[in-house]
Design a protein around this ligand. Structure first.
Ligand code: NDP
Length: 360
């Protein structure tokens, strides 16, 4: 079949396959952090992200090996694929919002931010938010592999090591998310956001297509023969960022589950108002959102890994992260100030830096 239709519907088919795998493959059943709006019971989740991710990559590999589709099929159909994912994201966003009762906040606002907090499908077997992240992250990985394959097939004699490094680091980033999927049950999207365009369209289109913008922009360019030190620098920056992001997320996860538990051998130091506590040691003593600095550093490492530091395309990804996370920190800070009151004031005094210690 030729023309734009196969590409357009490819993400629809891939998302349906990921949903099937998520439903059929064995899953851990865990209790989350978010509570049911009516019963106040903690929500329960079926988590098998890493397994679904691994099987999807295996299937992509098998299809390529069998010769049914070329390795770079998703690259060849990237524009129609992006259009299909964008359309599906819009349709599903409208469906999930318009089928819920209005919250009185205005239609446009509802369409963007959503009305439902934690929609669940298939009798509670699928949590919409966790599935959206699973679908977006898995298609992103398949796109990256396909874009890198295109590079390898176009320049078989002299492929860029930067492309390999970029895909390896991004695969780490995604596999790490799925490995620690449970930790993400304790994050802002899960407990503070509703399901609307921002989340649905964001996960189904923006995540799998825009996040690949670095490789998208350089996959059909030849090896830049970047110096080895640049690859080393990119890797060091990426893992410095990963240490900050993963470390802080894990520290908070353990603290929320057991406030006395030591993390990396350190007993948590906290501020308390007699009723509630916030962490002020370890990663959470460096800045109030050092995890966001970690994400921005990882994105910077990825941009540098491609070995073209003067090209604009790879930088769009870290720039987007800065544009996303700086206002998000302000939102979260306001939310925490409202929730914790004077206790948050004390935390702000104790840890004055928002994101970058001693700078911002
Ligand atoms: P956080 O994980 O920083 O969560 C913020 C919440 O944590 C606060 O609302 C508060 O909630 C609690 N909290 C904040 N400070 C403290 C403290 N000192 N002690 C105890 N609890 C505290 O933010 P996000 O959920 O936004 O981010 C989670 C991860 O996801 C981050 O690593 C982030 O960078 C990443 N991320 C990745 C994106 C991507 O596209 N790859 C996009 C956005 C985020 P409570 O009411 O529970 O106390």
């Amino acid at each position: 079949m030729s023309g734009p239709l196969p590409g357009f519907f490819a993400p629809w088919v891939i998302f349906a396959a990921i949903l099937g795998l998520h439903l059929l493959l064995p899953a851990r059943r865990v209790v989350g952090y978010v509570r049911h709006e009516l019963t106040d019971e903690p929500l329960r989740y079926r988590l098998n992200g890493l397994l679904v991710f691994g099987v999807s990559v295996g299937l992509w590999f098998g299809v390529g090996l069998s010769g049914v589709m070329p390795w770079d099929w998703l690259w060849e159909h990237r524009w129609s694929g992006a259009a299909g994912a964008l359309t599906l994201g819009l349709l599903l966003s409208a469906a999930v919002v318009l089928t819920a009762p209005g919250g009185g906040g205005g239609l446009l606002r509802d369409l963007y931010l959503g009305r439902r907090f934690n929609p669940r499908l298939f009798g509670g077997r699928v949590d919409a938010k966790m599935f959206l992240y699973l679908a977006g992250g898995t298609l992103l990985e398949l796109n990256l592999l396909s874009f890198a394959s295109h590079h390898g097939l176009t320049f078989p004699a002299d492929p860029s090591p930067g492309v390999v490094l970029y895909v390896a680091l991004f695969t780490w980033f995604l596999a790490d998310y799925f490995l620690f999927e449970r930790v993400h049950l304790y994050t802002y999207d899960l407990f503070a956001e509703r399901v609307g365009f921002k989340l649905v369209w964001g996960c189904l289109f923006w995540y799998p297509y825009f996040y690949a913008v670095g490789l998208w922009s350089v996959a059909d360019l030849p090896n830049p023969h970047a110096p080895a030190w640049l690859a080393v620098l990119a890797t060091v920056i990426f893992f410095a960022g990963w240490t900050l992001a993963r470390g802080s997320n894990l520290q908070k996860f353990h603290f929320k589950r057991d406030p006395e538990r030591a993390f990396l051998g350190l007993v948590p130091r906290t501020l308390s108002d007699g009723e509630r506590r916030v962490l002020c040691s370890g990663f959470w003593g460096l800045s109030r959102h050092v995890n966001y600095l970690g994400e921005i550093l990882m994105a910077t490492g990825l941009a540098l890994a491609l070995g073209r530091p003067l090209a604009l395309g790879p930088w769009l990804y870290p720039l987007y992260y800065a544009a996303l996370l700086v206002p998000r920190e302000r939102d979260d800070d306001r939310r925490c100030a409202a929730k914790y009151g004077p206790l948050w004031e004390r935390y702000r005094e104790r840890v004055p830096w928002r994101i970058v210690p001693r700078v911002y």
